[in-house]
Design a protein around this ligand. Structure first.
Ligand SMILES: Cc1ncc(COP(=O)(O)O)c(C=O)c1O
Length: 393
């Protein structure tokens, strides 16, 4: 493992703060490193491996497709792409789908579509603490200075308002505004859940001012929060939805969905992605979504989410260092009064993968196939880790 890491440090660009583990194998809620150590995975590829690692339904679909047709150009029709578009449209409030390869690309597509639809109106209002991706357009949409400051100048036309502040949003609207873009629950910004009525209020402001409502469901979408799409918790009807992460069951794919009135602003030549919606990725996504969008499966996620939340709240009673438990479904967070990275490290020593966002928030993104026994196991490890940290204070 050490040799591999040394080689990685020499040849791989230094864009990630990585843990000293090389992961080589995965099954269900577990991964193994190259030394044979087994870890319980509550990161699940940052909400990608929603069906767990190497879900047979996806691996079988990929194996079959890889021998049939891996890639062909979007100059021709692609069968699994058409079927995937139908499924996503039928499950959402949108009418048309565009496929790409990642979350940031899905958001780039949304930004371009909103501008084309805006017909001269180009400003997009987004939220502080949001995260929409790393390419220049999505980065400009991301309301976090720390990610933007080294990359100026960014594309113009973005304004940021605080999440949960309707007055600020209303004030930010100008005759040039064409859309509001947000995550229903901010993921990377700290698992921030909206206050009751806020998102409904945002939708009202959009309707009143003829603005598009773009909901970034890259992290929250596809059953993660205990609904097919997180916007369903808030009775929203977004004009544009972006997806990625869990969509391909681990295979890279992104999508932008839009209502017909908006989608028709795009005409041939306006937008494209060479690999977008290729046969391999869309076949994988068809397999993954056959489970992720199943009502019974989604209901189970909601129940397990409640269970995880109750367990974390119980832990909070024992550890006042947990100042808040927040989230929806199996997208949960714990705000801490202590350094979150330290907790992540202690959990890793105990063979549990969890993630920290910001300095003081733990984020839990288990695979959605996680069992209650595995949730108990995670909580036991976390308790032990917290116990050790507190005893050293
Ligand atoms: C809400 C949200 N949007 C967009 C992205 C960017 O996705 P990708 O890394 O696939 O470009 C992320 C990634 O974490 C995300 O959480």
């Amino acid at each position: 493992m050490e040799d591999l890491i040394t080689m990685g440090q020499k040849y791989v660009m230094n864009t990630y703060g990585r843990f000293p583990q090389v992961l080589v194998k995965g099954s269900g809620a577990y991964v193994w490193d190259s030394e044979g150590n087994k870890y319980l995975d509550f990161v699940s590829g940052l909400a990608v491996n929603s069906l767990g690692h190497c879900p047979p339904i996806v691996t079988e679909a990929v194996k079959e497709q890889v021998e049939k047709l891996i890639h062909c150009s979007n100059l021709y029709w692609i069968e699994p792409q058409i079927k995937l578009a139908k499924r996503l449209v039928e499950k959402s409030c949108c009418d048309k789908a565009f496929f790409c390869n990642s979350g940031t690309e899905a958001n780039e597509a949304a930004i371009k579509l909103a501008r084309k639809w805006g017909n001269g109106r180009f400003e997009i209002i987004t939220m502080k603490k949001s995260f929409h991706g790393r390419t220049l357009g999505s980065l400009a949409a991301t309301g976090q200075e720390k990610y933007q400051k080294a990359f100026q100048p960014l594309p113009e036309g973005f304004k940021y308002v605080p999440f949960n502040d309707l007055e600020a949003l209303e004030k930010a609207v100008t005759p040039k505004t064409c859309a509001v873009m947000l995550e229903c629950i901010q993921g990377e910004g700290g698992v921030n859940v909206p206050e009751p009525g806020y998102l409904e209020g945002v939708q009202e402001i959009c309707r009143k001012n003829n603005l598009l409502l773009i909901v970034d469901e890259v992290q929250t979408g596809l059953a993660r929060t205990g609904k097919a799409f997180a916007y369903e918790h808030f009775n929203l009807s977004p004009d544009i939805i972006t997806l990625a992460k869990a969509l391909g069951g681990g295979v890279p794919i992104g999508a932008m969905l839009a209502k017909e009135e908006v989608a028709k602003a795009f005409q041939p030549g306006d937008h494209a992605a060479t690999f977008g919606g290729n046969p391999l990725a869309t076949q994988a996504a068809l397999a993954a979504t056959s489970v992720l969008l199943d009502e019974k499966f989604i209901q189970e996620v909601a129940e397990k989410g409640q269970y995880l939340k109750s367990k974390l709240e119980k832990l909070q009673e024992e550890f006042p260092q947990i100042t808040k438990v927040k989230g929806l479904g199996l997208m949960m967070g714990c705000e801490l009064s202590i350094d979150a990275a330290q907790v992540v490290k202690k959990c890793l020593e105990r063979k549990l993968l969890i993630n920290a966002v910001g300095e003081k928030t733990l984020r839990f993104l288990p695979p959605l196939i996680v069992t209650k026994a595995e949730i108990d196991q995670m909580v036991a490890i976390l308790k032990d880790a917290l116990g050790e940290i507190i005893s050293n204070y």
